[in-house]
Write a new protein. Structure first.
Lengths: 118, 107
């Protein structure tokens, strides 16, 4: 079965950096685009970034553009999100998610919590 | 960016009730509209894609439809497992955007 396991969350000071990882299993990783979606405590869902199945195209939400970088390693079935210049408003649970058909998310990981606070 | 407006933001219903949730896009999105269910402390789950296609494994009491610019998620007979928050999402263009959510609570 499809599994997505995120790691790397934690507490970081404003202006700091953090790298999230997601290990995928149960499907052919290099045939699917992948997303990061986040959810601030008690709030709704916010799409963060997408990377095409081969890494050739990447898209970002305006709120993270220039600060976050999505990447993938198809040899390791791994997705990552490098986050820099973190702000308190980046505090959220970050979900790794699979794209089933263009821009439709059919599987989600359990999420990893990022807290940006001094 | 395409804004997605969901209504109501919350509702109370009883087991067996028919429940309807509406989502409207700020511009035309054809049928590029998806519905997700999220329970507290859990990841979202895809229910409906392309406005009306039922995701594999999702009970048939869930259905989606579109009329003009209004998209609707219907639960034909609410079950205890259906008490959750529901989100719509447009997959027409980036940035992908979600509605604000509809919390379905027990009456």
């Amino acid at each position: 079965q499809v599994q997505l396991l995120e790691s790397g969350g934690g507490v970081v000071q404003p202006g700091g950096s953090l790298r999230l990882s997601c290990v995928a299993s149960g499907f052919i990783f290099n045939t699917h685009g992948m997303h990061w979606v986040r959810q601030a405590p008690g709030k709704g869902l916010e799409w963060v970034a997408f990377i095409r199945f081969d890494g050739a195209n990447k898209y970002y939400a305006e709120s993270v553009k220039g600060r976050f970088t999505i990447a993938r390693d198809n040899s390791m079935d791994t997705l990552s999100l490098q986050m820099r210049s973190l702000r308190p408003e980046d505090t959220a649970v970050y979900y790794c998610a699979r794209d089933s058909r263009t821009w439709v998310v059919d599987y989600w990981g359990q999420g990893t919590l990022v807290i940006v606070s001094s | 960016d395409i804004q997605m407006t969901q209504s109501p933001s919350s509702l109370s219903a009883s087991v067996g009730d028919r429940v309807t949730i509406t989502c409207r896009a700020s511009e035309g999105i054809d049928t590029y509209l998806n519905w997700y269910q999220q329970k507290p402390g859990k990841a979202p789950k895809l229910l409906i894609y392309s406005a009306s296609s039922l995701q594999s494994g999702v009970p048939s009491r869930f259905s989606g439809s579109v009329s003009g610019s209004d998209f609707t998620l219907t639960i034909s007979s609410l079950q205890p497992a259906d008490f959750a928050t529901y989100y719509c999402q447009q997959s027409y263009s980036t940035p992908l955007t979600f509605g604000g959510g509809t919390k379905v609570e027990i009456k």
